[in-house]
Every structure is written in structure tokens, then in C-alpha cells.
Write a protein that binds this ligand. Structure first.
Ligand SMILES: Nc1ncnc2c1ncn2[C@@H]1O[C@H](COP(=O)(O)OP(=O)(O)OP(=O)(O)O)[C@@H](O)[C@H]1O
Ligand SMILES: [Mg+2]
Length: 271
């Protein structure tokens, strides 16, 4: 079966008044259908940039991205919007709900461009809310009358209402306490059992443990668990031997040496 996500050699270089920022540097990643993947990395490492590309909210500067077998890196804006609305669901750290609209209306929002009659939209929203375990007594409440955990479950229901095949979540537990975060993670786990592919970004190793597999992003490059361990061990060895000024000298294949970085950046065809 074709993978849900197949990314090859993706670079994303932001162009600003201050110059070029290579936020992704040759990222390759395959996610199987039905897999639950966690992406971890420090602030500024490129997590949201990668998520925006995987979620078809942005396009790679170079490289290929096949989503369920379709090459999406050069689709038009309209075609990308269609891929997003028919196949993808999104959950964010800050919930992004309309505070004064009811829970039901918030969940119906992604269906605004669908051909479904209003009654069916309401039914779809009702089903999505039931599937995330939110009690029915809240469906007609305004979303700002809910707790953080309830708000996030509404946001997950909104991500599910289109029946997407892949759900992207960017720090979905970042604003929640541990117990509430666990409840939200159980909801993702249930979605995986129903056949959804889940890609989740987190800073928190305990949250990442809910996933089948974790990849690490540092300085715009992806590492497996094992590569990350050897990269960090290399940094620690170099620091112990020479002090922090030669940071990274021990991590031969992923050396963050500035001269090497410049060569690679300039090696990208678009520059
Ligand atoms: N729109 C943009 N224009 C220019 N540079 C950007 C833009 N968005 C991100 N960057 C830069 O790209 C790099 C990666 O940013 P990104 O937002 O992907 O990091 P992140 O890993 O999501 O960080 P955080 O954990 O803080 O959310 C950073 O150096 C950032 O300054
Ligand atoms: Mg981010």
C-alpha cells in the first residue's frame, strides 16, 4: 500500500528582509497509513514548518511530497485546499475555536463548503463530538464556557468532522495539565484504532510515548531515535574534550559546522 506520507529531500527556505532562513534542510520521512508518529524537537528546530508542509498549508522550496500517492508539492492553491478539506484534519495548541459560537457550530465549521444540507452537517458534527467523548449536555454551550480539555476535544471533533485520513496535531497538550493531556492523548489513540494516521508534534517525551514511533528534528534535519542519541553523544563528547566552542564536532554525519551548512544551503538549486 502507498504510504500516507512520503517526503523526499525537502528544503524550506524562508526569504526575509534579513536574508534566507533554511528552516528544513533535506528532510525525508515516510509515514505508513494508520501509523501514529510523534515529532519532537527544540524551539525553532523546524517543527511547525514541517507540519505546515505535511498539512499542505505551505509548499517545499525544493523536494518531493507524495500524500497518499499524490505529488502535492506543485499543486495549485485550489487543489491544495481541496486536499486539505477532503483528507486532512488539524488540531492546534491554542484550540482555535470561535469563543462565542456554540460547540456544535464550531465543529460544523469545516463543512461550510461541503454540499451537505444543514441537517446532515449537524448530524456529522454530533457524531464527531460523540466520538471524542464530549457529553451531549455541552453541545449547545458556547465554546468559551468549556474547560481546556473539553475545548481540545471539541477541536479534535472539528478535525474529524470531514472524516479525514490523516490528523495533524501541533502541541495539542501544550496548554493542558497532565491528567487532561492524557485524556486528549487517549482520544488520539482511539482515532488511530479507527484507522486514522496521526502526526503529532510535542516537546514532551511522555506525550511522545503514546505514538508508535518518534522522530527528532534539530536544526531543520530529521533524526531517528538512534541517530539523535549518537548526535547528542557526539555533542557531549566534543564539549567534554574541547569546551562548548567546538559544539557538534563529534557528530560527523550531521555536523552543524557553519561552513558546511553554508555550502549545503548554497547547494540548493533554487538559490
Ligand atoms: N514565516 C517565516 N518567515 C521567516 N522565518 C521563519 C518563518 N517561520 C519560521 N521561520 C524560522 O524558521 C525556523 C523554524 O521555525 P518553526 O516555527 O518551524 O520552529 P518550531 O520548531 O515550530 O519552534 P516552536 O517550538 O518554538 O514552535 C526558525 O528559525 C524560525 O525563525
Ligand atoms: Mg512551532
Amino acid at each position: 500500500m502507498t504510504p500516507a506520507i512520503d517526503v523526499r529531500g525537502v528544503w524550506r527556505i524562508y526569504e526575509t528582509a534579513a536574508g534566507y532562513t533554511p528552516a528544513l534542510r533535506g528532510v525525508s520521512l515516510t509515514v505508513a497509513r494508520g501509523e501514529f508518529l510523534a515529532i519532537m524537537g527544540p524551539s525553532g528546530s523546524g517543527k511547525s514548518t514541517l507540519m505546515n508542509i505535511l498539512g499542505c498549508l505551505d509548499r517545499p522550496t525544493t523536494g518531493s511530497y507524495r500524500l497518499e500517492g499524490i505529488e502535492v508539492s506543485d499543486l495549485s492553491e485550489d487543489d491544495l485546499a481541496h486536499v486539505r478539506s477532503s483528507r486532512l484534519g488539524f488540531v492546534f495548541q491554542s484550540f482555535n475555536l470561535l469563543p462565542r459560537a456554540t460547540v456544535l457550530r464550531n465543529v460544523m465549521l469545516p463543512l461550510v463548503y461541503s454540499d451537505l444540507p444543514p441537517r446532515d452537517r449537524e448530524l456529522a458534527a454530533w457524531r464527531a463530538l460523540r466520538s471524542v467523548g464530549l457529553p451531549e449536555e455541552h453541545y449547545l454551550h458556547r465554546s468559551n464556557e468549556l474547560s481546556g480539555g473539553q475545548m481540545q476535544r471539541v477541536a479534535i471533533a472539528r478535525a474529524l468532522v470531514n472524516d479525514p485520513t490523516i490528523i495533524f496535531a501541533d502541541e495539542p497538550t501544550g496548554n493542558l495539565d497532565t491528567a487532561t493531556g492524557e485524556m486528549v492523548m487517549r482520544t488520539f489513540q482511539r482515532m488511530q484504532r479507527r484507522g486514522k494516521t496521526i502526526v503529532l508534534i510535542t516537546h514532551d517525551p511522555e506525550v511522545a510515548e503514546w505514538a508508535d514511533r518518534t522522530v527528532h528534528i534539530r536544526d531543520g534535519r530529521l533524526f531517528s531515535d538512534e541517530e539523535e542519541r549518537s548526535y547528542l553523544a557526539g555533542l557531549a563528547r566534543a564539549e567534554a574534550a574541547d569546551g562548548p566552542s567546538r559544539e557538534g564536532a563529534g557528530a560527523s554525519s550531521f555536523s552543524p559546522d557553519p561552513a558546511q551548512r553554508r555550502t549545503k544551503i548554497l547547494g540548493v538549486p533554487c538559490l
